[in-house]
Design a protein around this ligand. Structure first.
Ligand code: FEO
Length: 363
């Protein structure tokens, strides 16, 4: 359900201390690449601890192969991580189950754990390095972007913030309350750098403050004066309605984003919805239903639950309005509040109906 046009990275971190420790691994198919990189700095057989911050296979997928290289290493994980690793690998490894505040001795640099249940799996946790004030945040604060640069401030920051928003909207959005709890517990830690498990790392104070503030706002479902119009069309009537609505918002100098579903991936729709106060959903009726493209978006949004936003529905129909009821119910189930009655037009809009659309926007 998520497009990654600029790629991604799986970030594993090696603490090359007297008790070498690997924080997370990578997808299994990238195991050899990770192993070669570890070999550049140390013999991987010397690793004594592998921290599994998150069971999902993009981070734990190489633990099994890694343990063939360093069979005596202990695997450190949360209580739910222990359950998840067992279900994924069916192996009883040398596990050490930790909770918030537990400390791992790596030699000179102790590591501390912070459980982050449901950000975004029950097993998720972060690892904190108190000596260096680094938070290894796993999926939190990540972005799907691959680059030679390591730090967010080394490349186009606005693009990275956009990728971070896409990441939050599509992966973390359903767990706003849990994000709030995590923000509260990490607020007590001095943090100079955030090293996520995807994308670029954050090291400048202003960037750390900004990404944390963004997470705070997103997790509270704070929105801006921004409208999103997302629609699909069959014979252009719904498309023309969408264009008319869009022009009316532009005339009123209200920021509006126009998203035809035929040319927009649903994960990019969610990125735009993240900070939008009002979302307009348009579809024609096909076989008494909304179009399948709109149904797919609705199913996706019902899971992500973008609550606290307003919605308006519109579209063209031939002989039955029943599909619009299904659309309205889906919009409500996804967490939106209907701002007004939907505007549904028989076949092709006439002049009066055109004018009515502009009045709808004024209202
Ligand atoms: Fe990057 Fe939830 O895995």
């Amino acid at each position: 359900g998520y497009s990654t046009p600029s790629g991604t990275t799986y970030n594993a971190y090696l603490i090359n201390d007297t008790r070498p420790t690997l924080i997370d691994t990578v997808k299994e198919e990238f195991f050899s690449e990770m192993l070669e990189r570890i070999r550049e700095v140390m013999d991987p057989a010397g690793i004594v601890s592998i921290i599994s911050n998150h069971t999902e296979m993009d981070h734990s997928g190489s633990i099994r192969k890694m343990l063939e290289v360093c069979p005596k290493a202990e695997v450190i994980c949360s209580p739910k991580g222990a359950e998840g690793l067992l279900r994924h690998f069916k192996k009883t490894w040398n596990l050490r189950v930790v909770k918030t505040g537990d400390v791992l001795d790596t030699g000179g640099r102790p590591l501390q754990f912070v459980l982050m249940p449901m950000v975004h799996w029950p097993d998720s946790m972060a690892t904190y390095a108190p000596n260096d004030h680094i938070l290894f945040s796993n999926d939190a604060f990540g972005q799907h972007h691959a680059s030679h640069e390591r730090f967010a401030d080394e490349i186009n920051l606005s693009m990275i913030y956009r990728e971070a928003a896409k990441y939050y909207g599509n992966i973390v959005m359903p767990y706003g309350k849990q994000v709030q709890a995590v923000l509260k517990s990490v607020a007590t830690l001095p943090i100079d750098q955030i090293f996520p498990s995807h994308g670029l790392m954050w090291r400048r104070t202003e960037d750390i403050q900004k990404i944390v503030a963004l997470y705070d706002g997103w997790s509270r479902h704070q929105t801006q004066k921004k409208v999103v119009i997302v629609f699909d069309s069959m014979w252009h009537s719904t498309e023309r309605m969408a264009e008319r609505l869009c022009q009316s918002f532009k005339d009123a100098r209200i920021p509006v984003v126009f998203l035809p579903l035929q040319h927009t991936h649903i994960s990019d729709v969610v990125t735009e919805i993240l900070e939008a106060r009002l979302v307009l959903f348009g579809t024609p009726i096909l076989n008494n239903r909304m179009l399948p493209s709109m149904a797919a978006l609705m199913m996706y949004l019902k899971g992500l639950k973008p609550t606290g936003r307003l919605a308006f529905t519109f579209g063209s129909y031939g002989w039955s309005l029943v599909g619009f009821k299904e659309l309205e119910n889906s919009v409500i189930e996804a967490g939106f509040t209907l701002a007004a009655e939907g505007r549904y037009i028989n076949y092709v809009p006439d002049e009066v109906e055109w004018e009515q659309l502009s009045q709808d926007v004024a209202g």
